[in-house]
Structure formats: structure tokens, C-alpha cells
Design a protein around this ligand. Structure first.
Ligand code: SF4
Length: 332
């Protein structure tokens, strides 16, 4: 598969003054293949949104690299940056907050096209606005209305239409369905899938809940406290999760059919996510990990491919200790 986006050891630290640093993203690496949906999952504060924003260059990176189609996005001239914006667009969690309440839907969707001077006449631009509204399941009668006149799901459709206005390749969707009613979530996911099929879009789909990305994602990366802890295909992650944190996230998802016996190991994680200002030594998950061993406090686990296309950062899967049960026994 063709790598459209390569994220290499990306770091984004925020200086808080008094010598304190918030390591929101602390060395994250992954590739996104053209035409796929890559799900990025983790609890709030794990750095997934910051990762998305740093990829978009909304934040300056602290270290590492983001490469889009062979070009390093943080080392572009202003003009190249401007052109890159057409290729990468973002959808936000709260469409209401991201839509100007005093602009009509037509103005909201037109704005990026005006900035990028896509059409010479108003008529052409409006024709494109109508086309975009129809593509997202709205209609031209909606063009002269204001965001507050729409439901949450419709507002997210407006946000999607605006993101599509420049005909991008990649859409970074930051929790696009989290704020919506469950019944509406599926509709928006269906819309995103249809648009992907029609336009060959690539998605980075950010969510705090594995159940939200399960069906839409081809591959999933799980983040915890600024680090990627596991990455593999959607099926592999659900069938054979390796990292204790992923296992805990999965065991929290109820099995919808009570006749199916739950084969998943129940892992309960206790306690709060530690502060990224003062992360634990060694493995960042160790303060909540039911499998933690002595080595976990001393050494950060290495990110490694333990099976084909299945990456994990956990001492349980280091070459010296292969069997988690054995590791657990060793602990006692
Ligand atoms: Fe748990 Fe240790 Fe693995 Fe971290 S490295 S997830 S603490 S077993």
C-alpha cells in the first residue's frame, strides 16, 4: 500500500513556565495508507487531538517529522503551506463551535473556496455550494440559513461540506461523532464512508472510544499519555489485542448479543490517567497496569513489530518474555 502520510517520532510539548513542560505527544510514529481510515483512539488527555493538530501544522511540532506525499509538512514555504491546506482538511467534534453563527451556510462553505480563489464568479461558486450540500445529504434550500437552525447531525454535515470544498485527499476528523446522539452517529459515519468511496478520501479518525472506530477503521492506533501503545488492523486489534491498556479498553465495550459468550478477558483499569506534566518513569501505563513488572518502572518499553503489521510497546512482548502468563507468574 502507498503511504500517503508518514508520522515519525512526532513530539509536541507545551511549555507551562516555571520549568514545567506538558508532553502532550511524546514520540509517536505511524503511517497512513492512501484510501484507508486510520482510527486514533485513547482517553482524553492522551494526545490524540494534539497529534491531529500537529499533523495539520496547526501546532508547531517540537520534534520528529510529518511527511505528506514525500514532503515534510513543517518545512514548507508559506506558499507550499497554503497549497497543502487544500490537500488536508479537518472536521471537529463540535460543529457548532467551529461554524460562525453569523454566517449563512453558503458563506461558511464558500469561505475556503474564496480564500483559495477557486472560482471567478459568484454563480460558479454557488453552484459548487449546492453540489456540496447535496453530497452531504442537505439541499440548496439550506444555503441561506444559519447554523443555529440545524440539528447537531446537520451541523456536522455542514462541517463536512466545508471540509470537502477544497477537494482534499486527507480528512482529519477529530471526534466527529462524539457529540452526536447515538442514532445520528451512524448516519454521519455512513456519510463519511460513502464520501470516502466516491472520492477516494483518506481519513484519520480520532475518537476516545474504541466502539466508535471499530467499524469504520481499517487500522487502529491506541494512544496513552502521549505515546502510541499498540497499532494493528481493526480485526487483529479486536480479536487479539496485546497491550494491557487495549485489553482494558476492549473489555469495557459491552457485547451487544447476550447469546454470544464473551471470550474476552476482563481487564479493569483503576485510577486516573496520570498528568502528562509528570508522567511515570519507564512505561507510562505502569501505574494502572494490572500486569506491571519491576522492569516497567525502570525502562520504557520499545515500540516493536511483534507480529506482521502488529506493533506494540510493552515489556510483556519483548523477546526475552514472550508469554504474558509466564510473565505474570514471574512477577509472584
Ligand atoms: Fe504493563 Fe509493563 Fe506492559 Fe507497561 S510495559 S503495559 S506496565 S506490562
Amino acid at each position: 500500500p502507498h503511504k500517503t502520510l508518514e508520522v515519525k517520532n512526532l513530539k509536541k510539548h507545551f511549555s507551562l513556565g516555571k520549568g514545567k513542560t506538558l508532553k502532550a505527544v511524546d514520540g509517536v510514529s505511524f503511517d497512513i495508507y492512501k484510501g484507508e481510515t486510520f482510527g486514533l483512539v485513547g482517553e482524553s488527555g492522551c494526545g490524540k487531538s494534539t497529534t491531529g493538530r500537529t499533523i495539520m501544522n496547526l501546532y508547531n511540532k517540537t520534534d520528529g517529522e510529518v511527511i505528506y506525499e514525500g514532503q515534510s509538512v513543517h518545512h514548507l514555504s508559506e506558499k507550499e503551506q497554503f497549497l497543502l491546506k487544500r490537500r488536508m482538511q479537518m472536521i471537529f467534534q463540535d460543529p457548532y463551535a467551529s461554524l460562525n453563527p453569523r454566517s449563512t451556510v453558503a458563506e461558511i462553505i464558500s469561505e475556503p473556496m474564496e480564500i483559495h480563489n477557486l472560482f471567478s464568479s459568484n454563480k460558479e461558486r454557488m453552484a459548487r455550494v449546492y453540489e456540496l450540500l447535496e453530497e452531504v445529504g442537505l439541499n440548496r434550500d439550506h444555503a441561506n440559513r444559519y447554523p443555529h437552525e440545524f440539528s447537531g447531525g446537520q451541523r456536522q454535515r455542514i462541517g463536512i461540506a466545508r471540509a470537502l470544498a477544497l477537494d482534499p485527499d486527507i480528512i482529519i476528523a477529530d471526534e466527529p461523532i462524539s457529540a452526536l446522539d447515538v442514532s445520528v452517529q451512524a448516519q454521519v459515519v455512513n456519510l463519511l464512508e460513502r464520501l470516502q468511496d466516491e472520492k477516494g478520501l483518506t481519513y484519520l479518525f480520532i475518537a476516545h472510544d474504541l466502539s466508535m472506530v471499530q467499524h469504520i477503521s481499517d487500522r487502529i492506533g491506541v494512544m496513552y499519555l502521549g505515546h502510541m501503545v499498540e497499532l494493528t488492523s481493526s480485526e487483529q486489534l479486536y480479536d487479539k489485542p496485546l497491550h494491557p491498556y487495549t485489553k482494558a479498553l476492549l473489555s469495557a465495550i459491552p457485547i451487544p448479543d447476550p447469546d454470544i459468550e464473551d471470550q474476552r478477558e476482563q481487564v479493569i483499569i483503576e485510577g486516573e490517567i496520570p498528568s502528562p506534566i509528570d508522567p511515570p518513569s519507564g512505561c507510562v501505563f505502569r501505574t494502572r497496569c494490572p500486569m506491571a513488572m519491576d522492569v516497567c518502572a525502570k525502562k520504557a518499553p520499545v515500540w516493536q513489530e511483534v507480529e506482521k503489521e502488529h506493533y506494540v510497546a510493552c515489556h510483556l512482548y519483548n523477546d526475552e518474555i514472550v508469554d504474558p502468563e509466564e510473565a505474570k507468574n514471574q512477577q509472584h
